[in-house]
Design a protein around this ligand. Structure first.
Ligand code: NDP
Length: 484
């Protein structure tokens, strides 16, 4: 098999196997070909990983931030050097076009390792002067063993976005990738070791949901960071809360993009394309409810359809291909189900809607118009290449409708009126907002959701607060006064 790793898990600096674990078949979504066979972690493997992470944590935290940072930055350099090979692997794991994976996956992981590697040496507490010479100083401490659980859409990026701030703060990590895309996190673990990471600071265990659940409930774990759907988030958050563990939840969305009639039409269409069809629509922050002001609706749809005709759908390994298959047959069927519901509930199918007659899990980029707020396709996260276009008259009306959702991950507005743009953004109930662009996630900016879309933030300096806690130390310079 083309991409068979040495073994399923990476624990304490080496590959480990236990063939008693349930089999995991890794399928190349473009052809349906089996490219690797792994095994889900058994209780013995889970315990081995927890023990390794626990044993390694104190010595790792005792290094200076600069030393930890140097290792992360070295790992970032190695990832950049191997970007092409890592991208080929990511394309086979996910089906995403090489045109995308070479610029948005391993490179984004490298950005996180570089950024948090750079920050590691500057993580400090503070000195707080009190009256009479007394003072408090604070010590920024690691939380301990962290568990990362990933979704299947950006496996390398998710593995690094969680590892980088966790390790920079002196924590150790056990990462469980989605069983649909288990391969690239193993490469991240290998590369961290090659960069000089001590054994046990970053471990990868494979498995289905129950492996994640076993990790989340273990007493040795201090923090859980999940990237996944809202239903899984609710379960994991509840399990972590029972033990009072720290959490970061990066969950799903049904984000709005609002296009006013004064917007640059080509830019707005570019934003809507990026926010619906990149990675075949399998992006959490996608703007899948596109509200277009009535006067420009038909022009928007006409030009959008023309531009979708230019998408090159095909073999994701061909650098000219800009639109690949869905990640799995299961996800393809879920999305086809939503398309059928959209038609049944009376939305107008403007473009696409069909599975391609070829091997692999290909679905045409699909656009529905005349979608109303109550339709299922406007309310539920589809996680596939399906755009819903809704129309509106006024700013107040559209903002209220845009916010009328349980989700709050992202939101975008396209308009030439900057005053209006800032006013609308101020009203959005969403964690990541965009003006005249969509779906960018630079490591320097906080990323994460409001409402049911999440808890906490990844990336940026803020992530440090989610992977460390402060200890306050009161120092008295005076005698102690007691009442008796
Ligand atoms: P899931 O929620 O199905 O799974 C996410 C991860 O959680 C998987 O590794 C899964 O394992 C694991 N898991 C499932 N049940 C449990 C449990 N009870 N305890 C612990 N772990 C568990 O999401 P998908 O993998 O289908 O990914 C798609 C979702 O992820 C979408 O909703 C998308 O919006 C969201 N997402 C959010 C992002 C963000 O940053 N906000 C970014 C990317 C995706 P298994 O796969 O074996 O079930």
């Amino acid at each position: 098999m083309k991409f068979q790793p040495h073994a399923s898990h990476f624990i304490n600096g080496e590959y480990v196997e236990d063939t008693n674990g349930r089999e995991i078949e890794v399928i190349y979504p473009a052809t349906g070909e089996l490219i690797a066979k792994l095994h889900s972690a058994t209780p013995a493997i889970i315990d081995l990983a927890l023990k390794a992470a626990q044993d390694a944590q104190q010595a790792w935290a005792a290094l200076s931030g600069t030393e930890r940072g140097r290792i992360l930055r070295r790992a970032s350099d190695i990832i950049r050097k191997r970007n092409y090979d890592l991208s080929v692997l990511e394309t086979h794991d996910t089906g995403k076009p090489l045109q995308e994976t070479t610029v948005a996956d391993a490179t984004s992981g490298a950005d996180a390792l570089e950024y948090f590697g750079g920050l590691a040496g500057s993580l400090t507490g503070e000195h707080i002067a009190l009256g009479g010479g007394d003072f408090v100083y604070t010590i920024r401490q690691a939380l301990g063993v962290c568990v990362g659980i990933g979704a299947w859409n950006y496996p390398t990026q998710i593995a690094c976005w969680k590892a980088a701030p966790a390790l920079a703060c002196g924590n150790t990590m056990i990462f469980k990738p989605s069983e649909t895309t288990p391969l690239s996190a193993l490469k991240v673990a290998e590369i961290l070791c090659e960069a000089g990471a001590p054994k046990g600071i970053y471990n990868v265990v494979q498995g289905y949901g129950e492996v994640g659940a076993a990790l989340v409930t273990d007493q040795r774990v201090a923090k859980v960071s999940l990237t996944g759907s809202v239903p899984t988030g609710r379960k994991v958050y509840a399990a972590a809360a029972a033990e009072m563990k720290h959490v970061t939840m990066e969950l799903g969305g049904k984000s709005p993009i609002i296009v006013f009639d004064d917007a640059d039409l080509e830019d707005a269409i570019s934003g809507a394309i990026l926010g619906n069809f990149y990675s075949s629509g399998q992006v959490c922050s996608n703007g899948t409810r596109v509200f277009v002001q009535k006067g420009i609706k038909e022009a928007f749809l006409k030009r959008l359809t023309e531009r979708l005709g230019q998408a090159k759908i095909g073999d994701p390994m061909d650098m000219d291909v800009s639109f690949g298959p869905m990640v799995s047959e299961r996800q393809l069927n879920i999305v086809k189900g939503y398309i059928a519901i959209g038609i049944e509930e009376g939305a107008r199918l403007v473009s696409g809607g069909q599975q391609l007659k070829r091997e692999g899990f290909y679905l045409e980029p699909t656009v529905f118009a005349d979608v109303t707020d109550k339709m299922t396709i406007a309310r539920e996260e589809i996680f596939g290449p399906v755009m819903s276009v809704l129309d509106f008259d006024t700013e107040d009306e559209v903002l209220a409708r845009a916010n009328d959702t349980e989700f709050g991950l992202a939101a975008g507005v396209f308009t030439a009126d900057l005053t209006r743009a800032h006013r609308v953004v101020a009203g959005f109930e969403a964690g990541s907002c965009f003006i005249n662009t969509y779906n960018l996630a630079p490591v320097e900016a906080p990323f994460g959701g409001s409402k049911a879309s999440g808890v906490g933030r990844e990336n940026s300096k803020l992530a440090i607060n989610h992977y460390s806690e402060m200890k306050s130390v009161y120092v008295s310079m005076n005698s102690v006064e007691a009442p008796y």
